[in-house]
Design a protein around this ligand. Structure first.
Ligand code: FAD
Length: 288
């Protein structure tokens, strides 16, 4: 099923993100994670793509597993470090495997990276343009409520985002954020600037401060005082932080929904127990 169909009519949807393993010998463990998470019946499940694009087969394998479990898969695809030929190969494989949804991304710039020649993509909008030519895919793109770290300002950031939508992105998924006001203002700004596609809110349940620290530093996202206090108080105790992180994420989702945001994507960090606990906390809300 196309994600654009899942997101239409502004129904409440909760979807999950998983990441593939770094080593092939861990693939069965990740498949088991997917099977466990499928039981919570997410609207769709996305699977990330290695930054350097070296293990594209892992992403495909996990996307196929999601499909086997009767959940719609969304395959991420980054383009910065792969030739256009390689990307065409990956997209053809996705098509052969019946994967209909692609989150088209540029990928982060590795340290010391020099932009190569025309055989490569420089921005995600170029990838979106090409995927559109390669088949009948539903294409999504990334967005940044607190501005992408390379953007000079909000205006420039939203102009570039609009370019991705104009090129064919049919929905957007946001970077994680912990302050709902920031996300709500961002959505309003997007609407003012003529971005009309669904904007899915990316929610990260922080259940282990040590694991998440690096992502927090890189992501540009601000931490509200309430959340910093929770991390300060419970960060050293794994069990307490797990409980507090799940409750904070659940409350964040309920507040977003109360403010009219119906599409939520949970960065599960491959933890089925976290995903299912949040779904349990929302059970009547999702089915209302
Ligand atoms: P782009 O949209 O190309 O933007 C990158 C920068 O270029 C921005 O600052 C933008 O403003 C600027 N820009 C865009 N167009 C132009 C233009 N025409 N002229 C000048 N500047 C321009 N990374 C992974 O490696 N694997 C994943 O699976 C993955 N999944 C992600 C999922 C989500 C929901 C999000 C939010 C991010 C994900 N990332 C992933 C990280 C992502 O690859 C990085 O944030 C990357 O730095 C930017 O990717 P992008 O697709 O947003 O790039």
């Amino acid at each position: 099923m196309k994600i654009s169909d899942i997101l239409k009519d502004n129904k409440v949807t909760v979807s999950f993100e998983v990441f593939p393993p770094k080593q092939w010998d861990r693939i069965e463990n990740t498949k088991a994670v997917v099977r466990e998470m499928s039981k919570a019946n997410p609207a769709f499940m996305s699977v990330t793509y290695g930054a350097a694009g070296t293990a594209s087969g892992f992403t495909q394998e996990i996307a196929n597993e999601i499909k086997k479990d009767n959940i719609t898969p969304l395959s991420h695809l980054t383009c910065l470090t792969s030739t256009k030929d390689k990307i065409h190969e990956v997209v053809s494989e996705l098509k052969e495997n019946g994967i209909e949804n692609i989150l088209a991304l540029r990928g982060d710039i590795p340290e010391g990276f020099v932009f190569p020649d025309k055989q490569y993509y420089k921005y995600a909008y170029q990838l979106i343009n090409d995927i559109k030519e390669m088949g009948d895919f539903c294409i999504g793109a990334a967005c940044y409520p607190e501005i992408h770290p390379e953007s000079k300002n909000r205006v420039e950031d939203i102009e570039h985002l609009k370019l991705k939508v104009d090129c064919g992105a049919q929905f957007l998924t946001s970077q994680m954020f912990f302050d709902n006001e920031i996300f709500l203002n961002f959505v309003e700004m997007c609407r003012i600037k003529g971005i009309e596609v669904p904007i899915v809110a990316g929610i990260m349940p922080v259940t282990n401060v040590r694991v998440i620290k690096r992502s927090l530093e890189l992501s540009n996202c601000s931490l509200p005082k309430k959340f910093s206090k929770i991390m300060e108080r419970f960060g050293e105790d794994d069990k307490s932080m797990l409980q507090a992180g799940i409750i904070y994420a659940t409350e964040q989702i309920i507040d977003l929904m109360a403010n009219g945001i119906n599409n939520i994507h949970i960065y599960t960090m491959n933890k089925p127990e976290v995903a299912s606990e949040i779904m349990r906390g929302l059970s009547d809300i999702i089915n209302e």
